[in-house]
Write a protein that binds this ligand. Structure first.
Ligand SMILES: Cc1cc2nc3c(=O)[nH]c(=O)nc-3n(C[C@H](O)[C@H](O)[C@H](O)COP(=O)(O)OP(=O)(O)OC[C@H]3O[C@@H](n4cnc5c(N)ncnc54)[C@H](O)[C@@H]3O)c2cc1C
Length: 384
């Protein structure tokens, strides 16, 4: 059987499907929604992800819809710019020495369009995966309303609440942060208000840290909320919190808001028999550093390459390697970003801000730091 099943038509599932289609597999994607999700979530694409999307033939379309962002900034809430890091120092390491700022909801229609050009590839919307039955050389995926589809393998890319993960009995170990994150998308031009802004700005403060980032459609402000408040009370004080970031003498124009809980969790195994877990189904992390969707896309591409070898041990190795990277790299970098943004100890804060200034001023230090934050170092050995 040459058909591979994918649960979930998010950025990870559709990347897996397209990567498999390009390697000659027939692919059936099942998606519980009636259409692609329009929700505004991930918005930063790192260099190695752009390399992978380029190899899949979709990077030009994505770049046409996004903002090429060669720099990102660290700021202090009171003192402004601390350090501006320029990805130009990665010019010898990647064809894409920049971040692309673009909502994930702009990528998925591009992936879908390309996928459907391949004969034997399809997406079934309104199909809610519920259970998996494995046979000696294939498996059957069934939906909540009793439909079934058969394939040689299943990639579970059905998000953080993955039904595929639950069906395989794999647990999702980790922690949930006490605070929720509030994201406001605003119809304001923050560059008119604040000096030295990059497209992504991590703003340090022991009490009110935040992230200011730009997408093609909006500026977004990400703020943590205290653990013991209600969503309604947080939304009602958003206006005053935004005016503490900058006070234009009138309310900010807020286009929409979302509030969500943040987890750091990794599945105990990324492979069970003929089932592979990818993206948020396999690992979730806080959004600081923009690693979640990117690492999920890396899972998808690694699995397609391993499945194409036809070598079962290569598939085991890919699943183990992607889990190792989730644990050792994605979880650790994202949690470190969180701890540093909110650090309260004045000496530790000062030392960290100084080290950021030194890093930005020294091309060799900047390159070493950017190889890590851009995720290149998680994927391949890097020459000194
Ligand atoms: C505010 C915010 C900002 C973020 N910023 C970034 C960023 O800048 N960079 C970054 O890399 N990451 C970021 N992330 C994380 C990123 O959004 C996720 O990691 C990414 O969406 C994961 O993609 P996915 O395809 O694995 O899962 P999803 O995007 O969750 O897609 C899963 C799909 O599966 C479908 N589905 C669910 N259950 C079933 C089922 N039972 N059967 C069939 N289909 C099903 C869903 O409808 C959905 O379409 C951010 C997240 C948030 C919340």
């Amino acid at each position: 059987m040459n058909r591979i099943l994918v649960a979930g038509a998010g950025p990870v599932g559709l990347t897996a499907a397209l990567a498999l289609a390009r390697r000659g597999f027939e692919v059936t994607v099942v998606e519980s929604g009636d259409q692609l999700a329009a929700e505004s979530r991930a918005s930063t694409f790192h260099p190695p992800t752009l390399e992978m999307l380029d190899e899949l033939g979709v990077c030009d379309d994505l770049r046409a819809r996004g903002l090429v962002s060669p720099t990102f900034a660290y700021r202090d809430r009171r003192d402004g710019l601390v350090a501006m890091l320029d990805l130009a120092v990665l010019a010898g390491d990647t064809r894409f020495p920049y971040r692309l700022q673009c909502e994930q909801s702009k990528l998925t229609p591009i992936l879908l369009d390309h996928l459907l050009r391949y004969e034997g590839c399809e997406v079934r919307f309104g199909w809610h995966a519920a259970d998996v039955t494995t046979h000696p050389s294939s498996l059957t995926l069934s939906s909540t309303d009793g439909r079934t589809v058969e394939g040689a393998w299943l990639i579970g890319a059905d998000g953080a609440h993955s039904a595929v993960r639950r069906a395989t009995g794999v647990t999702f170990d980790g922690i949930t942060y006490p605070e929720r994150f509030l994201v406001a998308s605003v119809d304001e031009d923050l560059t008119a208000w604040l000096d030295d802004l990059a497209a992504v700005n991590y703003v340090f403060d022991p009490v009110e840290w935040c992230v200011l980032l730009r997408t093609p459609d909006h500026w977004r402000v990400l703020l943590p909320t205290p653990p013991d408040t209600t969503d309604i009370s947080e939304i009602s004080r958003l206006g005053s919190r935004l005016r503490e970031v900058f006070d234009p003498g009138r309310p900010w124009r807020v286009a929409h808001t979302s509030m969500y809980r943040v987890h750091q969790r990794v599945a105990t195994s990324f492979r069970t028999g003929r089932v592979l877990l990818a993206g948020d189904a396999a690992h979730v992390n806080n959004p600081l550093g923009g690693l979640g969707m990117n690492s999920g896309i890396h899972d998808a591409v690694a699995y397609a390459a391993a499945l194409a070898t036809g070598d079962d041990s290569a598939v085991w190795a890919a699943a183990a390697d992607r889990r190792r990277i989730a644990l050792e790299y994605v979880q650790s970098v994202s949690h470190q970003n969180y701890e540093r943004l909110r650090a309260t100890d004045p000496d530790a804060r000062a030392a960290h801000l100084n080290s950021l200034r030194e890093t930005a001023a020294d091309p060799a230090l900047a390159r070493a730091s950017l190889l890590r934050s851009s995720m290149i170092a998680s994927l391949r050995p890097v020459p000194a």
